[in-house]
Write a protein that binds this ligand. Structure first.
Ligand SMILES: Cc1cc2nc3c(=O)[nH]c(=O)nc-3n(C[C@H](O)[C@H](O)[C@H](O)COP(=O)(O)O)c2cc1C
Length: 379
């Protein structure tokens, strides 16, 4: 499951994140209640929030608005996020501060000497802030999209264009839009901007990798039987798994007979130590048993890869599946050894797993966050 972190602008609130839930279905969407008002501290808060989410979720998308975008651009969280959506980002803060100073009649020397000056309109002018923005120009190195209203009174079009160019972001301009996207028309434009971008991301993604990331173990199946053609297609995909020395040491037995399926479920339940009434196959009408030839040195790996192919093929055909264990114990039982003989399967076979298969009853579960630190590199 992926997470979306929303950074609000001035006068906004983390609750605005609610709006984005419908635009990112299946994602955890949350708003950051940041407390700081300086780019160095708010940036730190943003980076910490991203790091925390990264521990629990499979990827992070950042949506940041106005001054929230300005803070995000100082957070250094670019390497941790998959994608950033900047809405009316404040880019040239130096120009804004100098403008406020001019309006308030405060000179640079005066600000430097006093440190902070509160203007009549209540704005706090700070020498540290001005120095910081001069020394730390905004930057972002990850994939980013920028939305800008042509009527933005805080940032001019040339500044936003140059910045988009610099960070390699795609700039979308809403003609007649304002700095604050808030009218029905502006919000519809914003929503469409996000949806279009998401569609593009999805179509860009390789279908196989997408299936690998989206497949989940299903624990509630409908009782109706998938079509024989679908089951055959899945079985066939299993036959094409990589296998040690090309020995093709794994075989599959597809059980669709309800009586046999229920009997197997009961034996599996007893091996697992569950009470009567529990179905370890979660109601799946098809059980594909994978076994592997013990005389082949790589038989466990071969059988496991066949299981992987079966589950991915099922997912790509819109069916649910799950690996159910304890096939080894089942096929150590004389009854099931005899069953193999009856099917004309000779030799020594080990049960590797069951691929329980069927239509998903309910929603596809979300993936758990990926554990950190599982990839090492030797460059
Ligand atoms: C070798 C193996 C044995 C498994 N055995 C069972 C099982 O007996 N019962 C079950 O409910 N899930 C079983 N699973 C499913 C895992 O619990 C599941 O793959 C894991 O929680 C990750 O979830 P995901 O498949 O949705 O990514 C098994 C998975 C593997 C790889």
């Amino acid at each position: 499951m992926k997470a979306v972190l929303y950074i609000h602008g001035r006068g906004g609130s983390p609750g605005e994140a609610e709006h984005y839930k419908a635009l990112f279905p299946g994602c955890f969407v949350t708003g950051l209640d940041y407390q700081s008002a300086t780019p160095w501290d708010a940036g730190k808060e943003i980076k910490e929030a991203v790091m925390k989410l990264k521990k629990q979720y499979g990827g992070i998308t950042l949506i940041a608005n106005s001054i929230g975008a300005f803070f995000a651009l100082h957070s250094g969280a670019d390497s941790l996020t998959d994608k950033a959506y900047f809405i009316s980002p404040v880019i040239d803060m130096e120009k804004l501060i100098l403008g406020m100073m001019l309006q308030a009649g405060v000179t640079e020397d005066e600000l430097k000497e006093k440190g902070t000056v509160i203007t009549k309109s209540g704005e706090i002018l700070s020498w540290d802030y001005l120095t910081y923005v001069r020394e730390n120009p905004v930057n972002w190195s990850g994939p980013a999209e920028i939305l800008y209203g042509s009527g933005d009174n805080l940032t001019d079009i040339e500044t936003v264009k140059a910045f988009a160019n610099k960070i390699n972001a795609k700039l979308t301009v809403m003609e007649g839009g304002e700095h604050w996207f808030h009218t029905q028309e502006q919000m519809a434009f914003l929503d469409k901007w996000i949806i279009n971008n998401q569609d593009k991301e999805k179509t860009k993604m390789n279908e196989i990798i997408k299936a690998m990331e989206e497949r989940r173990s299903i624990r509630k199946f409908r009782p109706d039987m998938p079509a024989k053609e679908q089951i055959d297609e899945i079985l066939n995909a299993g036959l094409y798994a990589a296998n040690g020395r090309g020995m093709q040491a794994a075989i599959a037995i597809a059980v669709t007979n309800k009586e046999q399926r229920d009997k197997l479920a009961d034996i599996n339940r007893r091996i697992g130590g569950w009470a009567e009434g529990f179905d370890p196959f979660y109601g799946a009408p098809v059980i594909i048993i994978v076994l592997a030839d013990k005389s082949c040195p790589t038989y466990i790996y071969d059988g496991s890869l066949m299981m992987g192919n079966l589950m991915l093929a099922a997912h790509s055909l819109g069916l649910g599946s799950i690996w159910i264990h304890r096939a080894k114990e089942e096929f150590e039982m004389p009854e099931y050894k005899a069953m193999l003989k009856e099917l004309g399967i000779e030799g020594e076979w080990e049960g590797i797993g069951h691929c329980a298969l069927g239509f998903i009853d309910g929603d596809m579960p979300a993936a758990a966050g990926r554990k950190d630190g599982r990839i090492y590199r030797i460059d």
